[in-house]
Design a binder for this molecule. Structure first.
Ligand code: ADP
Ligand code: MG
Length: 211
């Protein structure tokens, strides 16, 4: 179980998060919903260890990992960023292989083989040599998901897209998220789309904007 306890965060003198607590069981999907500007991305970045924590604790499977989020949890947590953050100068295959080389220390052959395997599984076998500008929005999203899944994470964090996906794509992503449940991956999905949240979530947490 991942537990977030009493997290607060102030950025540039503005309180973004105030005493936020939530928990998600292993293998479950937690949706974090709330209006734009409520702090959803900030909360996700804190859980991913990308944002320093000023107050509160993070507990993973009973162990306090607050001071280790960026190191010990690293490798257990993978993030699918809201605009995917694919490297424009690398192909789909290279984008996935690069993180396997950097995070998992795999050599080039091994990284390429594993990247190809996961891209195949996500239906991207025809796009592995395409650059991001040669991919549709949905394909870019799947490459970003492939890159996260390739790391074999225990926890995967999805930030919502800034621009809306069309309904068919959004339903594909919902199917994909639901299929990952069978792999016992804990998922945290940030979205402002309640309908999407209902399709994927075992638990929903609403983050209110601070007045
Ligand atoms: N690096 C930053 N510098 C200044 N303000 C920020 C920064 N990051 C986030 N904020 C502010 O924090 C608030 C919450 O942002 P965010 O976490 O992106 O919300 P959400 O993802 O729910 O839309 C917003 O008011 C945003 O402008
Ligand atoms: Mg956001």
């Amino acid at each position: 179980m991942l537990e977030i306890k009493n997290i607060s965060k102030t950025i540039k003198n503005k309180k973004i998060l105030s005493n936020v607590s939530l928990a998600v069981e292993n293998g479950q999907t937690l949706a974090i919903v709330g209006p734009s500007g409520a702090g959803k991305t900030t909360l996700l970045r804190i859980i991913a260890g990308l944002e320093p924590l000023e107050q509160g604790t993070i507990v993973l499977d009973g162990q306090d990992v607050t001071s280790k989020v960026a190191t010990q949890i690293d490798g257990k947590v993978a993030v699918v960023f809201q605009d995917f953050n694919l490297f424009p100068q690398y192909t789909a295959l290279e984008n996935v292989a690069l993180s396997l080389k950097l995070v998992k220390g795999q050599d080039k052959n091994m990284a390429n083989q594993n990247a190809q395997k996961i891209l195949d599984q996500l239906g991207l076998e025809g796009q592995i040599n395409n650059y991001p500008f040669e991919l549709s929005g949905g394909q870019k999203q799947r490459v970003a998901i492939a890159r996260a899944l390739a790391l074999n994470p225990e926890i995967i964090l999805f930030d919502e897209r800034t621009s809306a996906l069309d309904p068919a794509l959004s339903s594909n992503v919902a199917d994909l998220i639901n299929s990952l449940k069978n792999k016992q991956i804990t998922q945290i999905v940030v979205t402002h789309d309640m309908e999407f949240a209902q399709k994927v979530a075992d638990v929903t947490f609403t983050l209110e904007a601070i007045k």
